[in-house]
Write a new protein. Structure first.
Length: 591
């Protein structure tokens, strides 16, 4: 007996083939059609010989789970528009202009919401004569078969669309019920009644609100953002993601959604949904595309509503070694020499967001072995490292940095990491511990390495204690790394860096080979992808201590005389190596 399949069974087959986590399985993309497209690209001169060889190798390897279109865009070989226009010529498909997209959902009974979003499909028009479908990637495995099965024998016109256009229209036509749900409850009162709280919880538990918050987080994670900023303004909600240290604005949302969004985030992070007048902090975990992410939540009341910042900590994304963090060979070797010492104080300095914690983790990883007991006190514990005893600060139960540090010393560790020296008491305990056989790794908020000495003195630490305990200071910043796919060489006539007297001087009046940021699909058209550190490392030995205590010269001159290079000079070397740009160096260090 012949078994018939329902429409949902057909779609479920496609979803099971492509995986429930939105990722396609390994695909034989070097099929006859893909091969023809590849050959045509080569014939039209769209790929250089090097690009063609690289693409052919990836396609034939059978190891990629990306389609030919995804590979071309990810590697920055063509822009999305250029590739779609090429496909239009090759496959006789039209690129749909933005004004031709529908303003409301069409043929709701044909496709479920998940299918449309997962495979970027939009029904443009539906009539008795034919149905018009817009897709972004015609090479998605099984997509053509699924569309044919659902639509049946009716003629089907396929159009191509830009990913951003499709996503925006899908968000518009699928979320009409979101504003309707949010409009049922909106209040700016700081005191909520019991019925208001119940309404908020109900609203935050409705599917449109859950989907909206999930999409905000998913989009930020897929763009490798470090923070999500949700900021209510006078007439809208401003959404921004911090990507590679720079805030990037997203699409504004109606202000009526703020109560629903904040309530949903509070529920996820186990915060008090009724409290709207005081700041709240919390956390929750999520998993996106197989990647575990720890999300730290900070909520702050403002005049227009509660502002939310979500900090994203990628548990598997960061490698804790100095090469991957971008330290120069010279500075890395200076740090490694210090980490080999049995005791002393090592400071990592810089402003908030300069990568101090990551450098501390790299230091701990470097000294982590079975012969040493390593303990840390952190607020919060950002990453868990095997072999290290990590303690979370909890002021509510009387466990601050100073209290935890006192207890740690009694456990006789060789290495102690203190997340931050925030007060004089913590600084004094840490310095005394460094003088009694412990290697102390910690951070300070100062602008450069030399300024850390003055900062310790300002905390009330005796001058002789500072120089007796201090063995090294690492000052650093983070600059954006140039995208390897689209960077372009450029000659510059004059490069400025700081000289021995910390003033700006010309170091080369001739042309210097550098690179500039261009922008492609692989880097979201920013020209940059990821960040690297620029640093200066000040080592304090006996000669340094003697000269500093004698006051024979300025601290900066003493540090330079003992081999400390400047942060700008380190950055300039990375400019010459094509790792970053002069503009980026000036933005971070010279602002």
């Amino acid at each position: 007996m012949l078994k018939t399949r329902t429409r949902d069974e057909g779609l479920n087959e496609l979803e099971s083939e492509t995986g429930s986590d939105n990722r396609s399985p390994p695909l034989r993309v070097f099929s006859a059609e893909a091969q023809a497209v590849f050959q045509c690209m080569c014939e039209e001169g769209l790929l250089s010989s090097q690009e063609a060889g690289k693409l052919r190798m990836l396609l034939e390897s059978g190891q990629t789970d990306l389609t030919i279109m995804q590979l071309v865009l990810k590697m920055g070989m063509l822009s999305e528009r250029d590739f779609l226009e090429f496909l239009g010529r090759r496959m006789d498909l039209k690129l749909l202009p933005r004004e031709r997209y529908p303003s409301q959902r069409i043929a709701e009974d044909l496709f479920n919401r998940r299918f449309l979003e997962q495979h970027r499909v939009i029904v443009v028009s539906d009539s008795e004569e034919f149905i018009e479908i817009c897709i972004n990637d015609p090479f998605v495995p099984g997509l053509a078969e699924a569309l044919s099965f659902v639509i049946g024998k009716r003629p089907m016109k396929i159009r191509l669309g830009l990913q951003q256009d499709i996503d925006e229209v899908l968000s518009l036509v699928l979320d009409e019920d979101l504003n309707e749900a949010a409009s049922r409850y909106e209040t700016r009162d700081t005191v909520l009644l019991d019925r208001d709280i119940r309404h908020l919880k109900e609203l935050a538990s409705e599917a449109p609100v859950i989907k909206l918050v999930n999409e905000l987080i998913q989009d930020a994670i897929r763009r490798n953002a470090s923070d999500i900023h949700i900021e209510p303004q006078s007439d809208s909600i401003k959404l921004r993601n911090r990507i590679d240290g720079v805030l990037v604005s997203g699409q504004d949302m109606p202000l009526s959604l703020i109560a629903a969004i904040v309530s949903r985030i509070k529920i996820l992070s186990a915060l008090d949904i009724a409290q709207r007048r005081t700041p709240q902090d919390g956390r929750f975990d999520t998993n996106i595309d197989g990647q575990d992410v720890d999300i730290r939540v900070s909520i702050l009341p403002t005049i227009h509503g509660e502002s939310v910042v979500l900090r994203l900590l990628y548990k598997k994304a960061i490698r804790f070694d100095f090469d991957s963090l971008g330290f120069s060979e010279e500075n890395k070797n200076r740090i490694l020499r210090v980490l080999g010492k049995p005791h002393g104080l090592v400071l990592v300095t810089g402003p908030t967001g300069s990568g101090k914690s990551t450098t501390l983790y790299a230091m701990m990883q470097e000294v982590n072995d079975s012969e040493k007991k390593i303990m840390s006190v952190e607020d919060p514990v950002e990453y868990k490292i095997d072999g290290i005893n990590q303690i979370q600060v909890n002021p509510e139960v009387g466990v601050g940095f100073s209290e935890a540090l006192r207890a740690i010393v009694r456990h006789d560790p060789e290495v102690i990491m203190v997340g931050e020296m925030r007060d004089a008491e913590t600084a004094e305990i840490a310095i005394r511990a460094s003088m009694t056989g412990h290697l102390i790794l910690t951070t300070l908020h100062t602008n450069n390495a030399v300024a850390s000495i003055e900062r310790l003195l300002d905390l009330g630490i005796d001058r002789s204690f500072v120089f007796t305990s201090l063995i090294a200071v690492v000052a650093q910043r983070l600059v954006r790394r140039l995208c390897e796919y689209c960077r372009e060489p450029v000659e510059m006539d004059r490069i400025l860096v700081d000289g021995e007297d910390a003033s700006l001087q010309a170091v080369d009046d001739g042309s210097v080979q550098c690179h500039r940021a261009v922008g492609c699909e692989a880097c979201n058209h920013t020209g940059y992808s990821g960040r690297i550190s620029i640093s200066e490392v000040m080592l304090v030995n006996d000669d340094f201590r003697a000269e500093a205590l004698a006051g024979s010269d300025s601290m900066m001159n003493i540090a330079r005389a003992h081999g400390m290079g400047s942060m700008v000079s380190d950055g300039f070397q990375k400019v010459c190596l094509g790792e970053t740009t002069v503009d980026e160096l000036f933005r971070v260090v010279m602002e």
